[in-house]
Design a protein around this ligand. Structure first.
Ligand code: PXL
Length: 292
């Protein structure tokens, strides 16, 4: 083995935007994966003053810069243990990111794609159906995808529906897996009990479906999807099984929301991540996962 090419600390290429205010994308991905012991190498997609759930924002699209960054990384002969993509700055970036994955993916590389498109039944400001169509192409490259309920329906091209049975969810999970990814995880699924929320997952290698249910507090914080996927990425990289990775991520989100919820606070700033980051290094206390 070429000694130079061993990653003593595992490297994650993180393809997300950098937003100055509101904890989303790189400002969430970097602290979480660093705390879990991984080196984050950002390939920024855009620079924003703040995320797009505020009424206004500045936006610098880095589509033209990304191929230059990738070309330099090729010269450095850098190797990644994971490639993790999230919020893209333009639909065209899908082609740049697909090429990047094809060039840098090796047998053991984890390709994690969070198909960031929208929330609460709507696309984020700036995104249109063109981004949805491109995102359908991007997920074909993934080992793992983590859509929320809104993204699930946009990716499948069917109308949004809030309440779903386990059988419907299993069917949708399988349909998404048929689009390419080996593992599909659906986050923030409402349950019959308004005080609970669930995560559903399907691993096509083994054909098993998992469900994790945990407490729900009635508040919306931007960036919790990025937090969830970042923890799952770190957990899988450290060798956790899929259901343990999901448990770890769901419990961390709940800790973050509990640390924030009691304050009178502008929720657009996201959860008070800094208060709970250290929990990522504590073994998880309970397992809630079930096979469905
Ligand atoms: O967390 C998703 C996200 C990422 N990046 C930007 C966003 C959002 C959600 O609003 O606006 C810029």
């Amino acid at each position: 083995m070429n000694i130079k090419q061993v990653n003593r600390v595992k490297k994650v290429a993180a393809v997300h935007d950098l937003s100055g205010m509101g904890r989303v994308s790189l400002t969430v991905v970097i602290p979480i994966l660093s705390t879990m012991g991984f080196q984050v190498c950002p390939l920024p997609t855009a620079v924003l003053s703040n995320h797009t759930q505020y009424p206004s924002f500045s936006f610098l699209d880095l589509t033209d810069e990304m191929p230059r960054i990738i070309a330099e990384w090729e010269k450095l002969d850098v190797r990644f243990d994971a490639i993790y993509t999230g919020y893209l700055g333009s639909p065209h970036q899908v082609h740049i990111v697909s090429d990047f994955i094809n060039k840098f993916r090796e047998e053991d590389t984890l390709v994690m794609i969070d198909p960031v498109l929208g929330d609460n039944g709507k696309l984020y400001t700036n995104f249109d159906i063109n981004m949805v169509e491109e995102m359908r192409l991007l997920i074909a490259n993934a080992d793992v995808i983590t859509p929320n309920m809104t993204e699930l329906f946009y990716l499948l091209g069917i109308p949004y529906k809030e309440r779903l049975t386990d059988e419907e969810l299993k069917n949708y999970l399988r349909q998404l897996a048929e689009m390419g990814p080996k593992i599909v995880i659906i986050t923030s699924v409402p349950t019959d009990d308004p005080h609970k929320t669930s995560v559903y997952a399907y691993n096509s290698q083994g054909n098993r479906y998992w469900k994790i249910t945990c407490s729900y507090l009635p508040a919306h914080y931007p960036g919790t999807g990025d937090t969830f996927t970042s923890v799952v990425t770190g957990a899988l990289l450290q060798g956790d099984s899929l259901p343990v990775a999901l448990d770890r991520a769901a419990q961390f989100i709940l800790q973050g929301i509990r640390a924030t919820f009691g304050y009178e606070y502008d929720n657009r700033e996201g959860i008070l991540l800094e208060k709970v980051l250290h929990n990522l290094n504590i073994p998880i206390q309970t397992n809630n996962y079930e096979l469905i």
